[in-house]
Design a protein around this ligand. Sequence first.
Ligand code: ZN
Length: 74
Amino acid sequence: MTTRDDTRIVALIERAERETPFCDCGEPMAAVATDRQIWLNCTAHQNHPGGTVRRFLAALASAGHTRRLLVDPV
Ligand SMILES: [Zn+2]
């Protein structure tokens, strides 16, 4: 990943956090990197105890929380 890509991704994240600062549930949003993707996720679930990433994402999808894919380089 080049420096230019890094800068572009940081700008994308900053813009997304400005556009969507809060989840539908009222908790703040935060960018989260998974394997090769970066998501804007609700922070209400970030300390989910004992959950795998897959379960965490399934919980988000079913609970009405805001979630946006920011960077998908694949
Ligand atoms: Zn939420």
